[in-house]
Design a protein around this ligand. Sequence first.
Ligand code: FAD
Length: 387
Amino acid sequence: MREGTVRGLLNGAGRPWQEGEVVAGVSYVPKGGEKVERVTAPLTLVCDGMFSTLRKRMMDAEIHKPSFFVGVILEDCPLPCPNHGHVVLADPSPILFYPISSTEVRCLVDIKGDKLPSAGNGDLAKYMQEVVGPQLPRTLQGPFLAAVEKGRFRSMQNKAMAAKPVCHAGAVMLGDSYNMRHPITGGGMTVALHDTQLLCEMLHPLPNFDDPLATASQTTSFFKARKPWAGTINTLANALYLVFCRNGQRWGDVMQEACFQYLKKGGWYAAGPVSLLSGLAPKPYVLVTHFFMVALYGVGGLLAPFPTPRSALLGLQLLWGALGIILPIVRAEGIRAVFFPSLVADPRVPGRGRAAALAGPVAAVALAVALAVLAQRWVQSPPAEAA
Ligand SMILES: Cc1cc2nc3c(=O)[nH]c(=O)nc-3n(C[C@H](O)[C@H](O)[C@H](O)COP(=O)(O)OP(=O)(O)OC[C@H]3O[C@@H](n4cnc5c(N)ncnc54)[C@H](O)[C@@H]3O)c2cc1C
């Protein structure tokens, strides 16, 4: 193992890699060194995380930046349900609490927008004290304000990026460099580890990675094979985040309350969403079923015991709003790729497309030549009786 900072991808000639060429290795600065070195490999895994510098060379990334997470560590904080994660449905966006040791709880405050209140001039601490603190359950307020007082904030921009096939012979992208979703459900590592396992299984039949086109055939199938699974986790994360944010609309509040009451029912109602959240059974149709069941549950609550024109209108707004949340997310992931992967053509393997295009004419010419030679031999061959 060599440790270092990768500077760029290389082609077979050891020069900076250009699109269309086979990736043959990387240039890097070894840890503690200063000189750029090169290393060659038949297969390069690009997994340099959410701040990937290699990504922009390999794909057209459409990165959505919905919010920041600002983290603080709470000490000796009794959680309402010990050993469980908690989501506080605050205004304007949710706050997470989860234990990270027997004495510490991490709190992640979601702050919408593309700019954080400044920590330097005290605006961030003020926001925490005046906007976040009063919305927390009473038992959490003391430890939270004590942590804010210490002022050790860590912040991180939350990013979402739907994955599209990235086919470059000799390289594969994995993890956050390739695909991101809002971290509210903690889906990032689930997807990264699942992708890693799937890729290993798909590469397993290859004796080695020396044939870049044979390897690329497997890696391009990987992008299609991972989609229903990863797309479900991503859609769940991004949709749940939108449901958990206050949007200032009455239907949004009803949807949030319906989501809470639906999960509270337990049994089948909770088992499906939890199997999606945990990555145990992330099936696209399970996600869509539960998402619209929540919406219908909300509509049912509005119409009971007697529907009025007003509640019916609100119900319609809720259904329309639910569609407006999930449709753009699924569309960005690719409706066919997530729900009907068998209808999606395999991504084109670079180099193989040209080979396949040439294969037809070459085979036709070869067949014609062979027939001509056979015909000539037949014409020239002596009659049977003379033989
Ligand atoms: C606030 C927050 C909370 C989260 N909570 C959860 C959670 O509870 N559960 C969960 O599953 N996911 C969670 N995630 C998401 C999860 O952290 C990521 O999805 C996961 O770490 C992605 O793994 P990765 O290996 O792709 O990237 P990273 O873990 O970011 O690893 C990338 C690595 O590449 C290195 N690197 C970068 N550039 C170079 C270079 N040029 N040369 C060499 N090395 C380089 C980096 O130093 C880093 O070590 C959270 C994310 C955030 C932001």
